[in-house]
Design a binder for this molecule. Sequence first.
Ligand code: ASP
Ligand code: MG
Length: 408
Amino acid sequence: MGLIVQKFGGTSVADADRIRNVARIITETYRRGHNVVAVLSAQGDTTDDLIAKAAEINPNASKREMDMLLSTGEQISCSLCAMAIEAMGYPVISLTGWQAGMRTNSTYSNARIKRIATERVLAELDKKAIVIVTGFQGINKYDDITTLGRGGSDTSAVALAAALHADLCQIYTDVDGVYTADPRHVQGARKLEEITFDEMLELATLGAQVLHNRSVEMAKRYNVNLEVISSFSGKPGTKVKEVAKTMEKSHVSGVAKDKNVARLALVGLADQPGIAFKIFSLLAKEHVNVDIILQSIGRNDTKDISFTVSKQDMELARKVLEENAESLGFDRIDFNDQIAKVSIVGAGMINNPGVAAAMFEALYSAGININMISTSEIKVSVLVDINDADRAVQVVHDRFFSDFGVGN
Ligand code: ASP
Ligand code: MG
């Protein structure tokens, strides 16, 4: 007997049948003697539809009003789910973010949870009720509704699990776990039994869509016992934890692809101190997030600096640098948004120097050129032409995960 937080994503609650299915999962858990807190997303495309509705009225609506609007999606799915559970004869109550004590900062549309006042939820659990909480939202110091950013319900669930000291936080979704690569696009992708928080964080940040990356960060910080599982198949999912038992065996846990990348290169900069500082502080001032940075060795008193940003930031980055062309002193800016980032992630690669080479060899054998490379303790990323990206993921995945693969 314990406390379990279960989160259900938009596809899991998309229509009446699916809501009944979720109600069944929740009540089965309850019947086994657990306290259950369920966190729900809005049904299907509700959030997108609400955004479109707002745009019809006012494309520049304030973020405060957007949050007021978007938070209603979760209110619908939660009340409907509570009704389904009522109809099954179980004690249940649905609560909005503010009723559940989710206090956030005031960054409308991308708020951070500051603390959770758990009294109400605990009181309901004490009364033996199943508690259904709206994901994705909270309330700020002005008592205004805030939302946590797209995909934020995962973070609501993990935060509740941490605050309630839950025994388990299950993220129910439309895939049955975390895969070695996107199973819809990569042949031979396998479900992982376990993955570490750090690996999951890298994968989530690198574009694997299973979990909101802030939820993984929070799960790691509070050591929340986390599991990703399908609401349709009923099969065991993937456990996300501090140390995974498979870590020793396999060097690589997953291959990820991110097509939202653009590369800029400043060519012919003076080879003197302070240049990198100037460039990246200009970009930071404009809130441009820079990912991979590469500086060439100086030659004839000049050097080049290349870096990547998200596609939507490319124009802004270019503009800022061009406006400062004189003080920075470069010959020209090259830019390219027809590229993608392909990465391998694995906690086990720290002590295995051959892993990066195995990845490069797989790309070389497929005739795929690498534009840029960056590494961390548990990740190797390369930039490739966007037209090579899918093939790159496949050959790298084959190299590490096919039955004949020797890299793992
Ligand atoms: N409904 C919100 C969204 O679509 C939050 C979530 O689903 O996690 O982004
Ligand atoms: Mg999601």
